[in-house]
Design a protein around this ligand. Structure first.
Ligand code: COA
Length: 187
């Protein structure tokens, strides 16, 4: 464990596995190797904003490697976003990427876009990370040209913060911008 948050989680006698989160019909659950095909399909429509998965087999290998890691050890984990029974998107979580800050990345299947689902999913996971998992903040890195992702992050309550002290922890390119959802100081 490399962070205060992880220690806090352990001493709280917290969960032994990644949670499933839901709000109305929307559900976030940890991805398993059986989700490789869905994950690969969604990622193949992410355009230039996410690195593509080479194949379904490569996606499965990655999911198996993630599942082999004990929960709450540092590294990327994948969650799938469902609306009812339909898989509509995914959120990647880098736990905890930078001290007590997690990083997230997300995408929706094209048919699920334009209805605010990503914003709700980011809020859902972000609230759990801050309120239940004890992290101090959630960060996401987007290209300034990625208008939809920037709008999603701002609407979900993340603040643009390229100039914050956190930025120094990233190798930020001039065209990238860091967004931050932070626990209020008095929380
Ligand atoms: C980012 C993504 C998840 C957003 O999906 P979504 O939640 O359905 O978002 P929307 O399509 O409703 O767009 C969100 C907002 O951005 C606006 N928007 C979308 N595309 C835009 C564009 N090209 N220019 C300006 N505004 C744009 C929408 O009008 C909307 O604004 P509103 O909430 O005021 O109506 C989806 O576009 C996607 O999967 N993109 C590919 C992967 C990706 O970029 N992931 C993020 C990596 S950090």
């Amino acid at each position: 464990m490399n962070s205060m948050a992880a220690d806090a989680w352990a001493t709280r006698g917290g969960a032994v596995k990644w949670p499933e989160l839901s709000e109305g019909l929307l559900r976030l659950r940890p991805a398993t190797a059986d989700d490789a095909e869905s994950w690969h399909a969604i990622r193949s429509h992410a355009g230039p904003w996410q690195s593509p998965l080479q194949s379904v087999a490569a996606a499965r290998e990655l999911l198996l490697a993630m599942a082999a890691e004990p929960p709450f050890t540092p590294g990327w984990r994948q969650f799938l976003l469902l609306e009812g029974a339909d898989i509509v998107g995914d959120i990647g979580l880098n736990w905890p990427a930078y001290g007590d800050y997690a990083e997230i990345g997300f995408e929706l299947a094209p048919a699920a876009r334009g209805r605010g689902l990503a914003q709700r999913a980011v809020r859902l996971l972000g609230s759990w990370l801050l309120d239940s998992a004890g992290l101090l903040g959630v960060v996401a890195i987007t290209h300034t040209d990625n208008k939809a992702a920037r709008a999603v992050l701002l609407e979900a309550g993340l603040l643009p913060c390229a100039d914050s002290g956190l930025a120094a922890r990233f190798d930020l390119q001039p065209h990238e911008r860091l967004h931050l959802m932070a626990r209020p100081a008095d929380a």
